[in-house]
Design a protein around this ligand. Structure first.
Ligand code: SF4
Length: 356
């Protein structure tokens, strides 16, 4: 059993929330109740109240049938219709290509594609958030209990170097996506600002924990101030998905978070739904809430973070499984689903489908 999940289980048994409607105490993870912080992945107290007293309370009254929980992967409707086809979660959940021809071209015709600017920007910003959170944890474990200001000055000082390293890791993709020098500079400046934003929020979270628990142990400080596991690897094969999925962020609360950059799209809820099904299949605990975290930037390149919590409802689960089955059939049968009626101009397969 994964370490983070053990903590999740333990923390599930340590706090209680009063349900006004049912006049009943519910048990909730401690992490849901202790901090008021605004890192990319962390929820404010208002968001937590909305999730735990609003969404979760609604999920209990609406209910999700056991057949649509991930642990029912061994019988229909969740049972994978093909034993030898495994899709990535984004192949199932992405609806930029409405017909699914992108999956056909990639998996059946085996056409190599060049990621577009939107994809490259997403990868770079994901890497920034992953790196800064990992650095903060590493710094704390190497230096012991220190104040937020120490973390802030150390991690701010390395911002430029670390973002440069991320850019050099992605340099091939950045140039093949044909970023202009100006666009590259903008992305660089946004990446640095996102790094600094995260550093400030982590530092504030550390100080908030220290002020509240002055004798906190190091391990507890890390887990209270940064209660998140980034890029958690998950095996989705029970559900016909890849054996090496990577969830953006798992909180110790029963919530799955997914980071999106750019414009919010309704279908992005399928990503959080897919991860919830996989987690339910792996650990046999219900996951009822997903949070889409959208990172945008203002004209000064400062980050604007919008979080959209949503229920992992039965209808979203049905939609995800329908998409999985439809796209699996495309791959298994090798059947071309045809050109979509609304192709984004930046689709990496645009020239294949529409000619140059
Ligand atoms: S160009 Fe259109 S049909 Fe072709 S893969 Fe892209 S979105 Fe799909």
């Amino acid at each position: 059993m994964h370490y983070g999940f053990v903590i999740f289980i333990i923390m599930t048994f340590v706090s209680f929330i009063w349900d006004h409607h049912r006049k009943f105490f519910y048990i909730f993870p401690l992490s849901a109740c202790v901090l008021v912080i605004r890192m990319v992945y962390f929820l404010s107290s208002e968001e937590k109240r909305y999730i735990f007293r609003g969404l979760l309370s609604r999920s209990r009254s609406l209910g999700v049938s056991g057949d649509w929980r991930g642990w029912s992967w061994d019988h229909p409707p969740l049972l994978s219709p093909y034993d030898d086809v495994f899709l990535t979660l984004s192949e199932v959940a992405s609806k930029y290509c409405v017909t699914g021809r992108d999956v056909y071209l990639k998996r059946v015709e085996r056409i190599k594609y060049v990621p577009n600017k939107r994809m490259v920007r997403g990868s770079v910003l994901h890497a920034v958030v992953e790196e800064v959170i990992t650095f903060a944890k590493k710094f704390l474990y190497s230096n012991g209990v220190v104040s937020g200001s120490v973390i802030s000055s150390e991690l701010s000082a390395i911002a430029l170097d670390e973002v440069r390293k991320i850019f050099s890791r992605f340099s091939q993709l950045i140039s093949s996506a044909q970023y202009t020098e100006k666009e590259k500079e903008t992305l660089f400046s946004r990446s640095v600002n996102l790094w600094l934003y995260e550093v400030n929020q982590i530092s504030a979270a550390v100080d908030a924990v220290l002020a509240r628990h002055p004798h906190v142990s190091l391990d507890s400080l890390v887990n209270l101030a940064i209660p998140i596991v980034v890029e958690q690897r998950l095996d989705g094969r029970f559900l016909g998905l890849s054996g090496d999925l990577s969830a953006d962020a798992l909180s110790f609360a029963p919530v799955i978070l997914d980071l999106k950059t750019g414009k919010f799209r309704d279908f992005q809820r399928l990503t959080t739904t897919g991860y919830a099904l996989v987690l339910e299949a792996l650990y046999e605990v219900p996951i009822d809430v997903g949070v889409l975290v959208n990172v945008n930037f203002n004209e000064k390149n400062y980050p604007i973070i919008t979080r959209r919590p949503h229920l992992i409802s039965e209808s979203l689960r049905m939609e995800f499984i329908e998409e999985r089955d439809r796209k699996m059939e495309i791959v298994a049968e090798g059947s071309d689903p045809g050109i979509s009626s609304s192709c984004p101009l930046d689709c990496p397969f645009y020239s294949i489908c529409h000619g140059d």
